[in-house]
Design a protein around this ligand. Structure first.
Ligand code: HEC
Length: 140
């Protein structure tokens, strides 16, 4: 009997942590769509003359090279949103092309959820991104 209640307690804990992670993921998507997708979405594709900012997928690739684990990745993105300074940019090419990203009104907590989604989520990359990335940074 004891074993059974232990197992049900354990599965309850496991299920509720998974549910919490799922909720956080969903919230991350919602916040990303609300605050970031207008500039960082796939619209405009890889034709930079039709874009106002690099696609989120490109941002992810630039950050993940230096901040490979989730915690430091989330921290780096949240820090950027708080302090957008060309000197701290991981994407100096994008700064030259588009100018420094304008301020976006989001809380640190919201940015952390968005950044976690960007890290984990299956972001759509615009058509032609792979080619662009290889041209700029070489084949992986
Ligand atoms: C009004 C347009 C706009 C919105 C909205 C926007 N961005 Fe940006 N973002 C830019 C531009 C332009 C750049 C490229 C220039 C730069 O890096 O500063 C950029 C670059 C970035 C970078 C790379 C910074 C670097 O240079 O290292 C990150 C990270 C980023 N955005 C995150 C976000 C997140 C997260 C959101 C949503 C909360 C967001 N952006 C919303 C325009 C936008």
């Amino acid at each position: 009997m004891k074993i059974i209640s232990f197992i049900s307690l354990l599965s309850f804990i496991l299920l509720s942590t998974t549910a919490a992670a799922n909720n956080e993921h969903k919230e991350g998507i919602k916040l990303y769509v609300k605050h970031c997708i207008s500039c960082h979405g796939t619209e405009g594709g890889m034709d930079m003359s039709k874009r106002v900012a690099p696609p989120a997928f490109a941002v992810k690739m630039h950050y993940i090279g230096t901040y490979a684990d989730k915690d430091s990745f989330v921290m780096a993105i949240a820090d950027w949103l708080e302090n957008r300074d060309a000197d701290n940019s991981m994407m100096p090419g994008a700064v030259l092309r588009f100018g420094v990203m304008p301020a976006v009104k989001v809380t640190r907590d919201e940015v952390e959820k968005i950044a976690a989604y960007i890290f984990e989520g299956d972001l759509e990359s615009p058509e032609g991104f792979q080619q662009h990335y290889e041209d700029m940074h070489g084949k992986k």
